[in-house]
Design a protein around this ligand. Structure first.
Ligand code: PLP
Length: 386
C-alpha cells in the first residue's frame, strides 16, 4: 500500500557502512536502516549465526521452551539491570507490551482508568495504542478515536509532570524517550531522568523508557539511562537488537516484571530461534568490539568536525547528539538535503522538518566518519547559501 514516499533507488548489497545500488553505485550509509544496522551491513557474525540457525531450527512458537531465547533473555536482563523480558518483533510491539503492563499495574492498584504520562513531540510507534501515545498530530490524524489513557506533557519539563501529579490520582506510569529520535534528536537537561525517577518514586508510578532507538549501544552505553545511575522499571528495545532481523522486547524489573501471567500477552514469532540467534550474535559483537565506547568516540568526533565546519554558517542553529544519534538543526525545512546527499553517494535522514539526523553504523572507521562529515558539511553550507 502507499504508506511510504520512497526514494527511487534500490540497494543490491551492503558491507559495513557501504551500500551498492542495483546499478552498482556505492553509498556511505549514515542512516543504518533507521538506527537498525549498528554493526553495519552483512555483518559476518550475524550472517553466520543466521545461516547456522536456519539450517537447524527456525521456529517452534512460544508453546515450547526456546533455549537461545532464554540465553538472550538472561543476557539482556543482566545488561539492563532488569528481571524479566517479553519478546516481540518490533518497537511498536515492545511498547504495546509496556502499555499493557502499565494498565495491569493500575488494575493491581484498583485504578479503573489508568493513565500514562507521555511527552509532546514523542514517537512510540504506529499501532493504535502507540500512535495514541505518540506526540505528533500528523501521525494520529485519521485514526481517531485514539486509544484513551494517555496524558501529554511538554518534553523535558518536570514541573509539568508534578502538576499532573497534583491534579490526578489515576496516573500509573510515565513512558518517555531519553533522546527524542523521530522528534528531532532532542536531548533533555542532565537532571531530567533523575527528576522522572523521583516523581515516579514519590507517586508510585512505573518509569518506562522507550529505548527502541537509543538502546543497544547507540548513545555510547548499552542503554541511554546508563549515562546516569538511575534504573527504570520498564525498558523497551528493538531496532539495533537484531541488526535488521525483526525483534523487539520489553524488559521489566520488580513489581512490573511480575504482572504478566500466562494468557495476558503473547506473540507467535516473538523471540523465535532465528531472531534470537541474530540478537545473540549482535550482543556478542557489541561486547567483544566494545562498540558502546566506539559509539561515544565516533559521536564526539563527528559532532566536533561538524561543529567546527559549520561554525558561523548562518542557517545552522545547532549541532547536537548523544553517541551516534546526531542532529544538525537548520532554521528552515531541509528535506531537500536527502536527495542532494543521495546524488553524491551519501545516505542521510531528515526528521522533524528541519533536523538532519545521522544514525551511522557503530563500526565506522575514523576515515569513514571524516568522509561523512566533510561531505555533509559542504552540502549543508551550499544548501543554506541558496
Ligand atoms: N519508539 C521509538 C523511539 C522509535 O524510534 C520507533 C521507530 O522509529 C518506534 C518506537 C517504533 O518502532 P517500530 O517501527 O519497530 O515499530
Amino acid at each position: 500500500m502507499n504508506t511510504y514516499a520512497r526514494q527511487n533507488i534500490a540497494f543490491a548489497r551492503g558491507e559495513g557502512v557501504w551500500l551498492w545500488d542495483t546499478n552498482g553505485n556505492k553509498y556511505l550509509d549514515a542512516v543504518s536502516g533507521v538506527a537498525v544496522c549498528g554493526l553495519g551491513h552483512a555483518h559476518p557474525a550475524v550472517a553466520d549465526a543466521l545461516c547456522a540457525q536456519a539450517r537447524t531450527l527456525v521456529h517452534t512458537s512460544n508453546l515450547y521452551q526456546i533455549p537461545n531465547q532464554i540465553e538472550l533473555g538472561e543476557q539482556l536482563t543482566r545488561l539492563s539491570g532488569m528481571d524479566k523480558v517479553f519478546f516481540g518483533n518490533s518497537g511498536a510491539e515492545a511498547n504495546e507490551a509496556a502499555i499493557k503492563l502499565a494498565r495491569l499495574y493500575g488494575r493491581k492498584k484498583n485504578i479503573d482508568n489508568p493513565l500514562i504520562i507521555v511527552a509532546e513531540n514523542s514517537f512510540h510507534g504506529r499501532t493504535l495504542a502507540t500512535l495514541s501515545a505518540t506526540g505528533n498530530k500528523k501521525i494520529q490524524a485519521g485514526f481517531e478515536p485514539l486509544v484513551a489513557g494517555f496524558i501529554r506533557v511538554p518534553y523535558d519539563d518536570l514541573d509539568a509532570i508534578a502538576r499532573v501529579a497534583e491534579n490526578t490520582s489515576d496516573v500509573v506510569a510515565i513512558l518517555i524517550e531519553l533522546v527524542q529520535g523521530e522528534g528531532g534528536v532532542r536531548i533533555p537537561d542532565p537532571g531530567y531522568l533523575a527528576g522522572l525517577r523521583q516523581l515516579c518514586d514519590d507517586n508510585g508510578w512505573l518509569l518506562m523508557l522507550d529505548e527502541i532507538q537509543t538502546g543497544t549501544c547507540r548513545t555510547g552505553k548499552w542503554f541511554a539511562y546508563q549515562h546516569t545511575a538511575i534504573l527504570p522499571d520498564v525498558v523497551t528495545l528493538a531496532k539495533g537488537l537484531g541488526n535488521g532481523v525483526p525483534i523487539g522486547c520489553c524488559l521489566a524489573r520488580g513489581v512490573a516484571a511480575q504482572l504478566f501471567q500466562p494468557g495476558n500477552h503473547g506473540s507467535t514469532f516473538g523471540g523465535n530461534p532465528l531472531a534470537a540467534a541474530a540478537a545473540l550474535a549482535v550482543l556478542t559483537t557489541l561486547r567483544e568490539q566494545n562498540l558502546a565506547q566506539r559509539a561515544e568516540e565516533l559521536g564526539r568526533r563527528i559532532k566536533q568536525s561538524l561543529s567546527s565546519a559549520l561554525e558561523g554558517v548562518s542557517g545552522v542553529t545547532s549541532v547536537r547528539g548523544l553517541g551516534l544519534m546526531i542532529g544538525i538543526e537548520l532554521d528552515r525545512p531541509c528535506a531537500a538535503l536527502v536527495p542532494a546527499a543521495l546524488a553524491q553517494g551519501l545516505l542521510i535522514n531528515v526528521t522533524a522538518d528541519r533536523v538532519v539526523r545521522l544514525l551511522p553504523p557503530l563500526v565506522m572507521t575514523d576515515a569513514e566518519a571524516d568522509l561523512l562529515t566533510g561531505q555533509l558539511a559542504n552540502l549543508i553550507i551550499s544548501f543554506t547559501q541558496t
